[in-house]
Design a protein around this ligand. Structure first.
Ligand code: OOB
Length: 547
C-alpha cells in the first residue's frame, strides 16, 4: 500500500494551487470519484442496464449489479493486500470483466495501468517494473494468444508482481472469479477526488512509453463536457468498438462517460462490420467511436447495403488520426447517422466538432476544445504565437490536461513549457470559428491508423539483432491506415545478408505489440545526416514517400 502514490505532485507535477482553485470555482472539478458516481447511479436507477457483454453468451449488468460486483471484487482485492496507491496492470479485451475490475480498483484507490490487448512481453514487462505493479489482470487466451504464459514470463522479471488474476481458465495463476468476497460492513478507504485515478498510456515518442496520471476530478470533467457535447444521456446505448483501455473509447464520450450519464455500454469483441453491424441492430446502438481506417471500412461495408438495420445509430465519432475530408463526406450518407470528428490526446485536451456546426466545418476541421478554460497557443519554432489561420505547434493547458508525465522529470522538462503548457507535437491551424485543423506532426511518432508508434522503441528492438549495425524507423504514407512503418536497416560489416521477413520475425519474437512490427524493411549502406551529423529523419521520410 502506497497512498502517497495517489497524491498529485508526488510522482508527477500537478496543477499549481491557483489553477486548482480556479477550476473548482468554475465548477469543473466537482469532487466526484468514479466509484462514487457508480454508487450514485446504482442508488438512483438500480435496475437500469449499465453494461452488456454480448459474447460468447450475452451477459448484462444492471447498475445495482455492477455496483455490487465492484464492491465484492474490491473487497477480494483488498483481502489480498492490494490497496490505496498500488498499481495494477490491467490488460483485458472488451469484456464486462474489464469494467468490473476497473471499478473495483477505483473503489480501493488502486491505480489501473491500462495496457492494450496487443501489448506483449516488452511493453508489459516495462509497465510492471516501471510502475512497481503488485498485480496484473489478463484474459486466459485472447485472439489466439496465451496471456497466462506471458504473465508467467513477466513475473520472473518483476519480483514485485505478487498476483496474476486471469479472467477465464487461470492455469498456474489465480482465477478472477475466485477473488470476489463479501465486503462486510467495513467501508474501504477509497480515493479522494483530487487524487490520481489511473495511469493512461501515451502514444510515446521515446524508447519507452510514458504514463499519464489522471485524477478523478479532471477526468470526470472531461466526461461531463464530452457528454454534453455529444448529447449523451440515460438513453444512450454506446458500442465500445475500439480497445476499451484507450482514452478515446473510454472518455470521448466513451464507456466511462456513458456510465457517468446512466446510459448503457455494450462491449464489441471485434471492430469489423461483420461483428459490429449485427450488434448495432440487436442492441439498438445509438453511438460509437471509430478510428479513420475503421470508419472507412464501415462506410464501404454499409454503402453496399448491410442486410442489418443500422437505423438506431445516431452519432459516430471519428478520431485518433487525421480523417480525410473525402472519407468524412461519405460517412453520414452511408451509415445514416451524424458524424463528429474528435481530435484528442490521452494527456488531456479533446476537441470535437459540434452537432450544430455547419456541415462543412464537421468534415473539414477536427473540432474545438471541450472547455472555455482550455488554453490554446499555436506557436512557430521560436515559440512566438502565429496569427489565426497560420500553421504552428499546438501547446495547451487546462482543467483536464496533465502538467507532467508520471516519474519522468527529464522528459517533462522537454514536453511542457515553464508555465505548464503541454507541447502536443501536433501542427495545427485555427479557423475563424476557433476550430482546429490538424496539418501534421512535429513529434517523432508514427500514427498507424490511430495506433501510435514511437520509432525509437522499435529501433531499439531491431538493434538487438546481432547482424544489425543501425536502424531508423519512419512513416510511409498509406491510403488506408494514413501511415505505415518502414524500417531502414544498416547491417554490420561482414554480417550474413538478412531478409526483410527475418527482421520482422525477429521484432515479433522479441515480444512487442504486432502493430509495432515494421510493415516494410529496407536495407541501406548509410543514413542521410543532418548538418551536425545526426540521422536525418526528414530525408529518410522523404525517401520513404517513394514507396
Ligand atoms: C487519441 O489519443 P492518443 O493519446 O492515442 O494520441 C494523441 C495524438 C494527437 O496528439 C494527434 O497526434 C493524434 O493522436 N490525433 C489526431 C486526431 N486525434 C488524435 N490527429 C489528427 N486528427 C485527429 N482527429 O488519439 C485520442 C484521445 C481522445 C479522443 C480521441 C483521440
Amino acid at each position: 500500500m502506497s497512498a502517497s502514490a495517489l497524491t498529485p505532485g508526488v510522482d508527477s507535477p500537478t496543477w499549481p494551487a491557483e489553477f486548482a482553485e480556479r477550476y473548482r470555482e468554475a465548477g469543473y472539478w466537482r469532487g466526484e470519484t468514479f466509484g462514487g458516481v457508480l454508487r450514485a447511479r446504482a442508488a438512483a436507477h438500480p435496475d437500469r442496464i449499465a453494461l452488456v457483454d454480448p459474447a460468447p453468451e450475452r451477459r448484462t449488468w444492471t447498475y445495482r449489479e455492477l455496483d455490487e460486483r465492484a464492491d465484492r471484487l474490491a473487497a477480494g482485492f483488498a483481502a489480498r493486500g492490494i490497496g490505496r496507491g498500488d498499481r495494477v496492470v490491467v490488460q483485458l479485451p472488451n469484456t464486462g470483466e474489464f469494467v468490473e475490475v476497473v471499478f473495483a480498483l477505483f473503489r480501493i484507490g488502486a491505480l489501473p495501468v491500462y495496457a492494450l490487448p496487443a501489448h506483449r512481453d516488452t511493453e508489459i514487462g516495462y509497465f510492471c517494473s516501471f510502475t512497481e505493479a503488485v498485480a496484473y489482470v489478463v484474459p486466459d487466451v485472447h485472439a489466439g494468444f496465451d496471456h497466462r504464459a506471458l504473465a508467467a514470463r513477466v513475473r520472473k522479471e518483476a519480483p514485485g508482481l505478487r498476483h496474476v488474476f486471469v479472467a477465464g481458465d487461470p492455469g498456474e495463476h489465480t482465477a478472477l472469479s475466485d477473488v470476489p468476497c463479501d465486503p462486510g460492513q467495513r467501508p474501504l478507504a477509497g480515493p479522494e477526488p483530487h487524487e490520481l485515478a489511473f495511469l493512461q498510456l501515451s502514444g510515446g515518442t521515446t524508447g519507452v512509453p510514458k504514463l499519464i496520471p489522471r485524477t478523478h476530478d479532471d477526468y470526470a470533467y472531461s466526461l461531463r463536457g464530452s457528454n454534453e457535447i455529444c448529447g449523451v444521456d440515460a438513453d444512450t446505448r454506446f458500442l465500445v468498438t475500439l480497445p476499451a483501455a484507450h482514452n478515446f473509447p473510454m472518455s470521448s464520450p466513451g464507456w466511462l462517460g456513458v456510465l457517468h450519464a446512466g446510459g448503457t455500454v455494450v462491449m464489441c469483441p471485434r471492430p469489423d462490420p461483420a461483428t459490429a453491424f449485427p450488434l448495432i441492430e440487436s442492441e439498438r446502438i445509438t453511438m460509437t467511436g471509430l478510428v479513420p481506417p475503421l470508419a472507412l471500412l464501415w462506410t464501404d461495408a454499409a454503402a453496399g447495403g448491410t442486410g442489418h438495420d443500422l437505423s438506431s445509430l445516431e452519432l459516430v465519432l471519428v478520431g485518433g488520426a487525421k480523417y480525410s475530408e473525402q472519407a468524412a463526406r461519405r460517412l453520414e450518407p452511408a451509415l445514416g447517422c451524424r458524424l463528429m470528428q474528435v481530435f484528442g490526446m490521452a494527456e488531456g485536451l479533446v476537441n470535437y466538432t459540434r452537432l450544430d456546426d455547419d456541415p462543412e466545418t464537421a468534415v473539414t476541421t477536427q473540432g474545438r476544445p471541450i472547455s472555455p478554460d482550455d488554453e490554446i497557443r499555436i506557436v512557430d519554432d521560436t515559440g512566438t504565437e502565429v496569427p489565426d489561420g497560420a500553421f504552428g505547434h499546438l501547446l495547451t493547458r487546462g482543467p483536464y490536461t496533465i502538467r507532467g508525465y508520471w516519474r519522468a522529470p527529464e522528459h517533462n522538462a522537454r514536453s511542457f513549457t515553464q508555465d505548464g503548457y503541454y507541447r502536443t507535437g501536433d501542427i495545427v491551424r485555427r479557423t475563424p470559428t476557433g476550430h482546429l485543423v490538424v496539418e501534421g506532426r512535429a513529434k517523432d511518432q508514427i500514427n498507424r491508423g490511430g495506433e501510435k508508434i514511437a520509432p525509437e522503441e522499435v529501433e531499439n528492438v531491431i538493434l538487438a539483432h546481432p547482424a544489425v549495425h543501425d536502424a531508423s524507423v519512419v512513416a510511409v504514407p498509406d491510403p488506408y491506415l494514413g501511415e505505415r512503418t518502414l524500417a531502414y536497416v544498416i547491417l554490420r560489416q561482414g554480417a550474413d545478408p538478412l531478409k526483410a521477413a527475418a527482421v520482422k520475425r525477429f521484432v515479433r519474437e522479441r515480444g512487442i505489440a504486432a502493430y509495432k512490427v515494421p510493415d516494410l524493411v529496407e536495407f541501406v549502406d548509410a543514413f542521410p545526416q543532418t548538418g551536425i551529423g545526426k540521422v536525418s529523419k526528414k530525408q529518410l521520410r522523404s525517401s520513404a514517400e517513394q514507396h
